[in-house]
Design a binder for this molecule. Structure first.
Ligand code: C2E
Ligand code: CA
Ligand code: CA
Length: 860
């Protein structure tokens, strides 16, 4: 019987029973009056109902149940009256009601069968899944007469399906979470199914071609393929229950290889034959790379530690060493025990123990990292510089639980640092403190002296004619003299000595009173006067020194040094080999000196300089035989100025030479003009200072200028002062003299008698004129017939076949006396002061014979 006809029958039966509602129950159902055929069928139906899995039911079009199979009621645990007409909808699980309603409506409207699965509450309150089917019985007009249906208990199947679905979902999520490529190889079909990770992780696009064991093997790196194939074939052929595991390289979708760990299990049938194999591939590429990097870093760390020979250590919270690396023994040659606890301090240099201890204490107290350098004693008793660094490890509450650190040998580096520091503060040649250090010492000493009240003093000195020693005996000899000075100063043990630079030294003195300081200063200067032996040469060494006392000569270190410097210049100007204390006037002199240089510089750059000419007169004939060119400069408001306003500039190396050159060009220009104009000016004398003559090239440049102007060299005379013979670079001076005199230029010794020229100089140098200084001429009075110095100079000059020129003749008497004494030429205001170039043609025409003869007539 088909299900439909069965339902029709059931419907008919229900119609009958519905009319005699309420239904009396199972027994009445069985006892209902039926025809024979129907009875048979009914019997079969009842049998089916009794033993089938379905619960038949019949409902009115509005859904009111009018009949339910008795076995079904039993199954549900309800009595018939509890179901019939009851609001059975309430027995449907809330979550399923909507679906049921929708299905009912669909069936109603679409005139189709209803089929859903829903949960129905049993009498005990439990829900079970039922497969509900129903169809509507309609009249010829399509109106629903009854709903006939069955409800089949499908709870077990449904739960199993749900469980399976959940388990599959779990499995899917698990594989997704692990990124493993799950695979399932069915040996019956040959199908190899891949999990989605084959796409997401290994970048392959799945296709029928990929679902095959051969495809998998083809992606294995050729070097690994044979091994992996052999091992999987082995487990498949033996049906081994052991886990199969292989590592190999597997080609990804992008062509690169991934490091794979593949595991699987063989599933066998009852005969032990492998039917399928299930497994998962894990991509280990990143993990392997990370592991390799970690390994490399660990190795690097290990090598670094080993190669750097750092001693790793651990200390307890209170600084007690509890663990020390083996490098300790390698570095120090001493057993490890000697480093543990607080024993390490026993091996630390005595001078460094306190510092190390206080650093450690400070770190422990504050938690600041430790960083300390100290000397550590090795097995052989020598010391090496070490640096210990440490950092604290804190527990969760921030309390220090351990100190971890390293100690490394920084000996060479430390020595280099100390050497650099020493060089920065000392003079390498002599080992004395340098200027910067001296300055610092001085500042400290002055502060102490202020508190203490006693005097401090600075003595600055330099070696007399040190340049000469260097030039004559070489720099090695010069260095020996400098070292000799340093040794002497150190041996004297008075004050703090320093080399300020070049041949300049300083000593910081301290005594209870000023007399004591001065005494010390004198002792130093005399101790430094001695003979230094360099190989076979004996070099006489002496110094000039300046002394400045604090606070008398300067309130600060800087000013005190400046005062001592001034005193030193004073000592040099006073003839060297002496000690001069500072005098306040020296400052004014310095000021004057500085301002003279400024004036000289300005006059030169503004081209205010021009020569004036003072005539030189033959004392016998009264004729002008020549002129002396004297510098003048035109002040824009104060008129013509004499050279005393810029005298210091003549002795300045650069400025003096520039002024000389400027004067030369002007004078030579004037001479050229006079020559061209036929002015018989005789000769012109140019003054030359020491800096001019010591400059190589002076003579040649002068000759060059003369030649260029067409002025004969013989018309030029050079006046020099005696100090030129006493200065440095005498060989250069001598050479200049030789060049000039060879060219016919006369040399005239100016201010003779005031300096220190010796007779040997007159003999050695080609001097042809002696100029008697004004200071000898001025005292010559009319009634003074005796002029011993003037007579002596003239006698000397005659002896050397030199001419004599008397300077500063202001009176006729002086002129007369000089002429009488045999002086050749006179120069002075008596004849004429220096005049500008424009006046010279007129002056040359002047005859002084008349005034000379007048004087002569007066006295004769
Ligand atoms: P000096 O070479 O001894 O020049 C003579 C100085 O005596 C000149 O002073 C001159 O004006 C001055 N004088 C001449 N007759 C008399 C006199 O009868 N009574 C007095 N009281 N003084 C007289 P001036 O021109 O002031 O020059 C001073 C010094 O300046 C010169 O002394 C010379 O050493 C230096 N000087 C001048 N011009 C130059 C120059 O171009 N180069 C160099 N290196 N030094 C120069
Ligand atoms: Ca002169
Ligand atoms: Ca002079």
């Amino acid at each position: 019987m088909s299900e439909e006809s069965r339902l029709h029958r059931a419907a008919a039966h229900i119609e009958t029973t519905a009319r005699k509602e309420p239904s009396p129950g199972r027994d009445d159902w069985a006892a209902a009056p039926v025809s024979n055929a129907f009875g048979q069928s009914s019997e079969r139906y009842a049998y089916l109902v009794e033993f089938g899995p379905f619960i038949p039911w019949i409902a009115l079009p509005n859904g009111t149940i009018v009949d339910v199979g008795p076995r079904g009621l039993q199954k549900l645990g309800f009595a018939t009256h509890e179901v019939l007409r009851a609001q059975w909808r309430s027995t449907i699980h809330k979550a399923d009601r909507k679906v049921l309603q929708q299905a009912w409506r669909n069936a109603n409207e679409g005139e189709c069968a209803l089929e859903i699965e829903c949960r129905i509450r049993l009498a005990d309150g439990q829900y079970r899944w039922f497969h509900v089917r129903a169809t509507a019985l309609r009249d010829p007009y399509g109106q629903i007469l009854r709903w006939c249906g069955t409800a089949e208990d499908c709870d077990e199947r449904r739960c199993a399906t749900d469980k399976l679905r959940a388990s599959e979902e779990r499995y899917r999520l698990a594989t997704k979470a692990t990124n493993d490529v799950v695979w399932d190889w069915d040996f019956n079909t040959g199908q190899l199914t891949w999990g989605e990770a084959m796409c997401s992780q290994l970048g392959h696009v799945l296709s029928p071609e990929t679902n095959h064991g051969d495809w998998w093997k083809a992606q294995i790196h050729t070097d690994d393929r044979a091994r992996v194939s052999a091992s999987i074939e082995e487990v498949i052929s033996t049906g081994s229950s052991e886990r199969w595991r292989e590592c190999y390289r597997f080609r990804r979708g992008d062509g690169r290889y991934a490091d794979i760990v593949d595991c699987g299990f063989v599933v066998t049938d009852e005969n032990g034959k492998a039917t399928r194999m299930v497994g998962a591939m894990m991509d280990m590429t990143e993990r392997n790379r990370a592991a390799a990097a970690l390994h490399l870093s660990e190795e690097r760390y290990r090598y670094t530690i080993e190669l750097c020979e750092q001693i790793a250590w651990t200390a307890s919270h209170d600084g007690t060493l509890i663990e020390v690396g083996s490098a300790w023994s390698r570095l120090t040659g001493r057993p490890l025990e000697e480093a543990l606890g607080t024993r390490l301090l026993r091996s630390v240099h005595f001078d460094d123990v306190t510092r190390l201890r206080s650093h450690w204490k400070q770190s422990i107290a504050t938690g600041q990292p430790l960083n300390c350098i100290y000397r550590l004693m090795l097995q052989d008793g020598s010391f090496r510089w070490m640096r210990s660094r440490g950092a604290p490890l804190r527990n969760d509450t921030g309390v220090i639980s351990r100190w971890y650190g390293t100690t490394e040998d920084v000996h060479e580096q430390r020595l280099a640092e100390l050497d650099v520091a020493w060089r920065a503060s000392h003079d390498v040649l002599t080992g004395l403190a340098n200027r910067a250090t001296f300055q610092k010492c001085l500042e400290g000493a002055l502060q102490r002296a202020t508190l203490r009240g006693g005097p401090s003093a600075v003595i600055i000195f330099d070696i007399d004619r040190f340049k000469l020693i260097n030039d004559r005996y070489g720099h090695a000899a010069g260095d020996t003299v400098l070292r000799w000075i340093a040794e002497r100063l150190t041996a004297l043990e008075c004050g703090t000595p320093a080399r300020l630079g070049g041949d300049e030294f300083a000593v910081l003195l301290q005594a209870s009173n000023q007399v004591g300081v001065e005494q010390q200063a004198h002792d130093i200067v005399s101790a430094l006067h001695g003979v230094v032996e360099v190989d076979d040469i004996r070099i006489e060494c002496q110094v000039s020194a300046g002394l400045a006392i604090y606070p008398l000569h300067g309130p600060t270190a800087e000013e005190l040094l400046r005062s001592a410097d001034l005193a030193l210049y004073d000592a040099k100007a006073s003839g060297r080999n002496c000690l001069r204390p500072f005098r306040p006037e020296l400052r004014a002199e310095l000021q004057r000196h500085v301002s003279m240089l400024a004036v000289g510089r300005e006059a030169l750059s503004a081209e205010w300089i021009r020569p004036f000419y003072q005539p030189k007169v033959d004392l016998l004939t009264g004729k002008v035989v020549g002129f002396e060119a004297l510098l003048r400069w035109d002040h824009p408001t104060q008129g013509v100025q004499t050279p005393d306003t810029l005298a210091a500039a003549f002795d300045d190396r650069d400025l003096g030479c520039q002024i000389s050159a400027f004067m030369q060009r002007q004078v030579i220009g004037d001479m050229r003009h006079w020559l061209q104009s036929g002015v018989a000016f005789g000769h012109v004398a140019l003054n030359a200072s020491g800096v001019d003559l010591r400059r190589p090239g002076y003579a040649d440049e002068l000759l060059g200028r003369l030649a260029a102007a067409g002025v004969p060299a013989a018309m030029v005379e050079i006046e020099i002062v005696e100090s030129v013979f006493l200065g440095r670079d005498l060989d250069i001076v001598e050479e200049a003299f030789a060049i000039l005199s060879r060219a016919g230029i006369s040399l005239s010794l100016d201010d003779f008698g005031t300096g220190y020229a010796s007779l040997s100089h007159l003999q050695r140098f080609p001097v042809s004129v002696l100029k008697i200084d004004r200071s000898f001429v001025t005292p010559l009075l009319a009634d003074c017939r005796d002029a011993p110095i003037v007579n002596a100079v003239i006698g000397l000059a005659t002896g050397f076949r030199m001419k004599t020129v008397a300077e500063g003749i202001e009176t006729a008497e002086q002129a007369l006396l000089l002429r009488r004494a045999g002086c050749d030429i006179g120069q002075g205001f008596f004849f004429s002061p220096a005049r500008p170039a424009a006046d010279i043609p007129e002056l040359t025409r002047r005859r002084f014979s008349q005034c000379l003869s007048g004087v002569a007539a007066l006295n004769c």
